[in-house]
Design a protein around this ligand. Structure first.
Ligand code: PLP
Length: 379
């Protein structure tokens, strides 16, 4: 028996009330934007103003840092705010490498916003390490990984890519939104930081827009301080209520993930055997191109997101989606309810997603009901 506590225990322990004198077992919410000063000008509680610190954010950030075994965590008003903070920490003239099917709004941000800051970027197929190596330039300062990727579920070798980054004096940051720390721990694989849209599995109920960054123990201290400075000066911090929701979500995240992954595995196997489905993108399936790596990097499951290709074109795959009754037709993912969407029409101009691709976020409903719904829709 080891002394190291398990995820489930740490998730409960780190999210317990730490400010409360009432004995409340549930956490209180502190909506105050400002905090009292003593006559001598000091701040007894350490809190001054909510953009800088807030009791709910403090608890959430310390829980995130502990769960990831990181040096420090930062909570944001959205996943995009977390992404923007990392990009803002770079200098004009720097170069970034990103996956060619990274979350489309990251690619839009680089192309539409940061090109004005003279930040250049190269999109590569990160499943091919030779392409990653070849894309490195003298001014490459960041390699961004998203694994599994959105929406093609490509799996990248985090350890090998972190090594490439460090050999070339660059940072490596991993968007781990789809896996959560329950399934994949990028900091243990050498990444300098892990990024989350906590809007998804951390919240788990599609009712909090928020994001996070957790930096590793070995991340350069000057960079960590810069991230803290940007978090404060940009001001894209989450509300006390959002911090409270995410802190609460952490308590049940592993249970939810386990059920969602189990459902996704069964649904993926159903699709793999269905003659109408042309392709299933899910790393847990033995014929997935990076199945072996996926098993090594995500030994407890590859997540609860999957994509399928059905029909000849957008119209046909949208007809299939329209026939579903239990899957809510909506973008986003990670909630307890199953969602479905025609991905290319959501992504717009930057999309290189196949026209007939349907992206599915598998929830916690009974799997037999979910499969019956697809059986009917695919008839
Ligand atoms: N990263 C991934 C993988 C996502 O799926 C999303 C949102 O869908 C984001 C980042 C952006 O997060 P948010 O919508 O919370 O800003």
């Amino acid at each position: 028996m080891t002394n190291k506590k398990h995820f489930e225990t740490v998730a409960i322990q780190t999210t317990e009330p730490n400010q409360d004198e009432t004995g409340s077992v549930a956490n209180a919410i502190y909506p105050s934007t400002t905090f009292k000063r003593e006559d001598d000008g000091s701040f007894k509680s350490g809190f001054i103003y909510s953009r800088k610190h807030n009791p709910n954010r403090k608890l959430l950030e310390s829980a995130l840092a502990t769960i990831e075994s990181g040096k420090r965590a930062f909570a944001f008003a959205s996943g995009m705010a977390a992404i923007n903070t990392v990009l803002q920490s770079l200098q004009a003239g720097d170069h970034v490498i990103v996956p060619d099917d990274a979350y489309y709004e990251l690619r839009r941000t680089l192309g539409e916003l940061f090109s004005h800051w003279n930040l250049s970027h190269t999109q590569v197929d990160m499943t091919d390490l030779a392409q990653v190596n070849a894309a490195v330039q003298d001014n490459t300062r960041l390699i961004w990984i998203e694994s599994p990727s959105n929406p093609l579920l490509k799996v990248s070798d985090i350890k090998a890519i972190a090594d490439i980054a460090h050999r070339n004096g660059a940072l490596c940051v991993v968007d781990n939104t789809w896996c959560t720390p329950v399934l994949q721990q990028p900091l243990n694989l050498g990444a300098d930081a892990v990024m989350y849209s906590t809007t998804k599995y951390f919240g788990g109920h599609s009712d909090s827009l928020s994001g996070a960054l957790v930096v590793s123990d070995s991340a350069p201290q000057s960079w960590v301080e810069q991230l803290a400075n940007i978090q404060n000066l940009s001001g894209a911090v989450p509300s006390a209520f959002d911090c409270w929701l995410i802190t609460r979500g952490i308590k049940t995240m592993k249970l939810r993930m386990q059920q969602q992954v189990k459902n996704a595995q069964k649904l993926a196997r159903f699709f793999a055997e269905h003659q109408v489905v042309q392709q299933v993108h899910y790393p847990d399936l033995p014929n997935h191109p990076q199945h072996e790596l996926a098993q090594k990097q995500m030994p407890d499951g590859c997540g609860a997101m999957l994509s399928i290709q059905v029909g000849e074109d957008q119209a046909e795959s949208m007809q299939v989606i329209a026939r579903l009754k239990l899957f809510t037709k909506a973008t986003s993912l990670g909630g307890v309810e199953s969602l479905v969407e025609h991905r290319r029409s959501v992504e717009g101009a930057v999309s290189n997603t196949p026209k007939n691709l349907i992206r599915i976020s598998v929830g916690i409903e009974h799997i037999d009901d979910l499969i019956t719904d697809w059986e009917n829709a695919l008839k």
